[in-house]
Design a protein. Structure first.
Length: 130
């Protein structure tokens, strides 16, 4: 069986519907992951990593080109331009906890964990010197 690869991540089902229809019109098999879960609980979209539009691995480049040509790819945010953001994503790419997360959630979780560690260290140092 061929591997499915995420080509586009959306927050709402209607965002993926247009892209799915477009790719299917070009004869590309598309699977929409998390669509029904997010329809039931739309506020959990970000927490679940969004709705993933997946294609077969050998169709990935063609699907990406089609989505770019029809301007359906999300615009890059200011975060993705930051070297700090890129380095965090690169470093956490192979961590087991972060592997299946999209880049935005991976970055956010890394920051939360970092803040917790700093707070715990500061608390420990305060207790050590008091």
């Amino acid at each position: 069986m061929k591997e499915m690869v995420t080509v586009l991540t959306c927050n709402y089902p209607q965002e993926c519907a247009v892209a799915k229809a477009l790719l299917e019109s070009f004869g590309i098999f598309v699977f929409v992951k998390n669509e029904f879960s997010i329809q039931v609980a739309p506020l959990y979209s970000k927490a679940m990593g969004g709705i993933e539009l997946q294609v077969l691995s050998n169709d990935y480049n063609v699907a990406l080109d089609i989505l770019k040509e029809h301007q359906l790819m999300p615009k890059q945010s200011a975060q993705t331009q930051s070297p700090f953001y890129k380095k965090i994503i690169e470093v956490t790419a192979n961590w087991v906890v972060f592997k299946k997360m999209n880049t935005e959630n991976r970055f956010l979780l890394f920051l939360i964990i970092s803040v917790i560690i700093v707070v715990l260290l500061a608390y420990g140092l305060m207790n050590l010197f008091s």
